[in-house]
Design a protein around this ligand. Structure first.
Ligand SMILES: [Zn+2]
Length: 216
């Protein structure tokens, strides 16, 4: 492991490399979908992001009060579709989020809405808080920058599909689209929560890389 610092420097710089200039590595087996608290392979995660043409910035590890932290985290700069309100995300979460948004979200939008998603609206990733925002509860994966909340999708045709209005709304194609992206999220993240999970999620989908799998 003596070469680690050099490799790390190279990979940190890789976060600034534009599309198509990712470090060349021999092909590897696909990483498991549920990487969980994947602190063991931060370098591999950076390689994966760079190879997939995602521009990102590696963030310094941060330990906050109250047991909260953001370790092995990145900021996504460009993965094709702009996303609002995204800052620190653990690298495994960011990797799955990029794949989900590029593959599942666009496929579902094409299939169900005959359009493309041009912006994803999030309600953020890192937040030092308990489960469901309850004080005294076990810390949420948000407290580790290991969760993201998605509230809406803006389409190329101008429509804005919100989880709050659309999940149980009148448009069955919108309902199908939202359920498709939620189900696809459940396959990529450890946990996927929708408005069907509990009242706290009436206006967003929650995805995290904590303990799972759990999909509701
Ligand atoms: Zn959440």
């Amino acid at each position: 492991m003596r070469r680690l610092p050099i490799v790390f420097l190279i990979l940190t710089l890789a976060g600034c490399i534009p599309h198509g200039e990712a470090p060349r590595e021999p092909p590897r087996a696909e990483a498991p979908l549920h990487a969980g608290h994947d602190q063991a392979s931060p370098l591999q995660c950076h390689i994966d992001l760079a190879r997939e043409g995602v521009r990102f910035r590696a963030l310094p590890d941060q330990i906050f009060g109250g047991g909260c932290s953001a370790l092995n985290s990145v900021q996504l700069l460009d993965m094709g579709t702009p996303v609002t309100n995204l800052r620190a995300m653990t690298c495994p979460l960011a990797r799955q989020f990029a794949r989900w948004s590029r593959e599942a979200v666009q496929t579902a939008a094409d299939q169900w809405l005959r359009s493309r998603v041009v912006r994803i609206e999030s309600m953020g990733s890192y937040s030092c808080r308990g489960l469901n925002g309850q004080p005294g509860a076990r810390l949420s994966e948000h407290a580790f920058a290991n969760a993201v909340d998605v509230s809406a999708f803006v389409l190329a045709d101008g429509r804005r599909i919100t989880v709050q209005a659309g999940w149980n709304g009148e448009d069955e194609r919108v309902r199908a689209f939202l359920r498709a992206v939620h189900q696809a999220g459940c396959r990529r993240f450890s946990v996927g929560l929708s408005p069907d999970s509990n009242a706290y999620h009436y206006d967003h989908m929650h995805f995290d890389m904590g303990r799972g799998p759990y999909c509701r």
